[in-house]
Design a protein around this ligand. Structure first.
Ligand code: IPE
Ligand code: IPE
Ligand code: MG
Length: 253
């Protein structure tokens, strides 16, 4: 199927926002008797092709889990190499993101990163901020619990200052203070690498996402694999609490 045909195939049922846990780099490398970092390097290649494909298809937002708040527990050497890889990727890829009209945003608690990495992140965000195509959110030192805690803390400060009444706090207010509040919540969640868990990714935002798990390891996840996930997504009936018949009725109306 050509790209155009594929885009048409998903037409009307293309997710506006896709969130991905890119898992399986380490096992990919291990299978090849290579160091784990070789898997992370290969993972960057997958990243590039998936970003490109999402842009071509007209997906509005892509959120990628690059480093969790729990990944600091890994051996110091692996953490160091991941940080290095992150810096190199930011330096090398920004031009390509611009050429593809992609806007980059990094979400998470960036304060724990080195000054150099924080600077590279701001630079890449600044250089791509005027782009109008795909919004690419990279979750780094991100945790779903951190995101919710951070939002609640912001409201607590407002409350303490007397700018907010406790009775006024509702779901919408919390949502507005979370990362990616300006984007629709992910329609499709993908986790590669065979594990079927959320691992503290977007806890609030995934409340009604369709969850797609594949055994394919992230370095092997290519646009064709993405196509399979999108076809699966297009076949799902999203009910948001209603009955299937109600959803059919709304569609016909
Ligand atoms: C995901 O791959 C990448 C990061 C967490 C940075 P892993 O490194 O978790 O790969 P596996 O799960 O060990 O195979
Ligand atoms: C989740 O993968 C985080 C990222 C992909 C960045 P992990 O490999 O860290 O998840 P667990 O530990 O297996 O749940
Ligand atoms: Mg893993």
């Amino acid at each position: 199927m050509s790209e155009g045909e594929q885009a048409q195939e998903y037409h009307g049922k293309l997710p506006r926002h896709i969130a991905i846990i890119m898992d399986g780099n380490g096992r990919w490398a291990k299978q090849r008797h290579m160091p784990r970092v070789a898997g992370h390097r290969a993972g960057v290649e997958s990243l590039r092709s998936i970003i490109q494909r999402c842009g071509e298809l007209g997906v509005e937002a892509l959120t990628l889990f690059a480093f969790s708040s729990e990944n600091w527990r890994r051996p110091e050497q692996e953490v160091g190499l991941l940080m290095e890889l992150f810096i190199i990727a930011l330096q090398r890829e920004t031009k390509k993101l611009n050429a593809r009209n992609v806007r980059l945003r990094v979400i998470g608690d960036l304060s724990r990163f080195s000054d150099k990495l924080q600077k590279e992140i701001s630079k890449a965000e600044e250089q791509t901020k005027a782009n109008t195509g795909l919004l690419l959110a990279v979750a780094a030192n991100y945790g779903g619990r951190w995101d919710i805690t951070h939002a609640v803390k912001k409201l607590a400060f407002q409350l303490e200052k007397g700018d907010l009444a406790a009775a006024a706090v509702d779901e919408n207010m919390i949502r507005q203070h979370l990362c990616m509040a300006d984007m629709p919540e992910p329609d499709l969640f993908i986790r590669t690498g065979g594990e079927q868990r959320i691992s503290n990714f977007l806890l609030w935002q995934l409340a009604y996402s369709e969850l797609y798990f594949t055994d394919v390891l992230w370095p092997d996840f290519d646009p064709q694999q993405l196509g399979t996930a999108l076809a699966w997504f297009a076949s799902r009936q999203r009910r948001f609490g209603r009955t299937g018949d109600q959803v059919e009725q709304i569609k016909r109306a």
